[in-house]
Write a protein that binds this ligand. Structure first.
Ligand SMILES: Nc1nc2c(ncn2[C@@H]2O[C@H](COP(=O)(O)OP(=O)(O)OP(=O)(O)O)[C@@H](O)[C@H]2O)c(=O)[nH]1
Ligand SMILES: [Mg+2]
Length: 433
């Protein structure tokens, strides 16, 4: 048996040459990608949970991607419908906890049947799953509260909050729906025979309690003491339209709606001839361990800080003030070796809520070193701005914008300024300007 290697008759038959061709192709494609990179800017949206990162991204989609899909409009309608029922249930639970008397609890009150309708409503059962075409968003709805509940029991058992957030997945059994319903049963024991209400009746009940029960309003004013969605009042004000199972959300509804981000999403769009890649990450503690995988080649960080949350505690750990958490996070990111030369854009967000809140919730109570005028919006904002800028121990610039991420008109202006700035900086750095 001979062992001579056969000599290829032409290039196509030579495996070594074939390998070389493939290598050349890969290298050429890498060179092209590198070339393209010069015109591609990668911006990373970071910040704590619920600060408004995804809302900023939604505004970018409105500006540069032609807005939202029909599927998103249907999906958000269902999420908001669930959230509005849950939010009213939370107000019923918390008013009892805080000792706030409800008008609907007084004997013979015409509001009593409305409270009964809300108590009996099962948010998840009343959802139109078919219309949404997917149940993913519902698992998100369940997960976001399931996580909190698990973490809370772990906190009570062990006093170790952080580890509780390293677990993935969720268990439908401990959704808020279940938790809130259990708490409601303790406060308002109901007969076994539950009356079934239509979506319209439930929406009407929410609307009546919101507009006519003074106890509900009082409880809402104390909502910084417990966890309630930022947009709860918007949901209540507009609840009748969400009663229609086929309702499709307006742009504003979607901006006000909340689906917690899990993992990291990438959205590409073009601004003039430049390609922008926006990374949006989930901000809750359990999400942050995923961030580092995307820290390379970032053009700029957009750090979103909810300034209105100075008097609120974390969803994940109710012992921690939300502003303190943001300060620690900003300090770590800003001075991290990954971002020594990466410019930061700091959004002082939820300015609309902040302006209303500062009048009734004194900043000094939460930040004793604040020595500006009490209830003064400008002084209070300056205080946070100065303190955040002071954290920067590097030479990189930090650009500050005061934002209301749900307001499309003002965000259009801010986001154009941001993309212009990124392009200009890049042209300067590459010697073109
Ligand atoms: N009133 C008001 N609401 C805001 C503003 N920015 C965001 N929100 C609302 O705050 C809620 C949370 O916003 P998201 O954008 O989902 O927050 P996030 O930072 O992406 O949260 P995670 O995904 O959990 O990290 C939503 O209901 C938004 O509509 C704002 O400037 N003003
Ligand atoms: Mg998000």
């Amino acid at each position: 048996m001979g062992c001579t290697a056969s000599v290829p008759s032409n290039e196509e038959d030579d495996p070594f040459l074939q390998d070389k061709h493939i290598n050349d192709q890969i290298e050429q494609s890498l060179r092209m990608t590198k070339g393209n990179d010069r015109n591609e800017f990668k911006l990373f949206l970071l910040g704590t949970g619920e600060s408004g990162k995804s809302t900023v991204l939604k505004q970018m989609k409105l500006l540069h991607k032609g807005g939202f899909t029909s599927q998103e409009r249907v999906q958000y309608a269902q999420v908001i419908w669930c959230d509005l029922i849950q939010s009213m249930k939370i107000l019923l639970v918390q008013s009892s906890r805080l000792g706030i008397a409800l008008d609907s609890d007084t004997e013979g009150s015409p509001l009593a049947p409305f409270k009964q309708a809300v108590l009996n409503a099962n948010a998840l059962q009343l959802v139109n799953m078919g219309a949404a075409g997917s149940s993913d968003y519902l698992s998100d709805y369940v997960i976001k509260y399931g996580e909190r509940n698990r973490a809370k029991s772990r906190l009570n058992e062990t006093g170790a909050p952080d580890n509780a957030f390293l677990k993935e997945g969720s268990n439908e059994q401990d959704s808020t729906e279940t938790v809130v319903n259990e708490e409601l049963m303790e406060i308002y024991p109901m007969s076994e025979q539950k009356q079934i209400y239509t979506r319209h009746e439930v929406a009407e009940a929410v609307s009546k309690l919101w507009s006519l029960d003074s106890g509900i309003k009082k409880c809402f004013e104390k909502s910084h003491e417990f966890q309630l969605e930022s947009s709860a009042s918007y949901y209540f004000d507009n609840c009748m339209k969400f009663a229609d199972p086929n309702y499709k959300c307006s742009d504003l509804d979607i901006l006000k709606g909340r689906i917690k981000t899990s993992g990291i999403t990438e959205t590409d769009f073009m601004v003039n001839l430049f390609k922008f890649k926006i990374l949006d990450a989930g901000g809750q503690r359990s999400e942050r361990k995923k961030w580092i995988h995307c820290f390379e080649n970032i053009t700029a960080i957009m750090f979103v800080l909810a300034v209105s949350e100075y008097d609120q505690t974390l969803f994940e750990d109710e012992r921690v003030n939300r502003m303190h958490e943001s300060i620690v996070l900003f300090n770590a990111l800003c001075n991290s070796k990954w971002f020594i030369n990466t410019p930061f854009i700091l959004f002082l967000n939820k300015i609309d809520i902040f302006e209303q809140k500062i009048a009734r919730s004194p900043l000094k109570k939460y930040f004793p070193d604040y020595d500006g005028k009490p209830n003064d919006v400008e002084d209070a904002l300056k205080f946070f701005e100065t303190n955040f800028l002071k954290l920067n121990k590097t030479n990189k610039p930090i650009y500050v914008h005061r934002t209301c991420a749900t307001d499309t008109k003002s965000m259009k202006f801010v986001l154009s300024a941001v993309t212009d700035l990124i392009v200009q900086r890049n042209l300067k750095n590459s010697g073109i300007l």
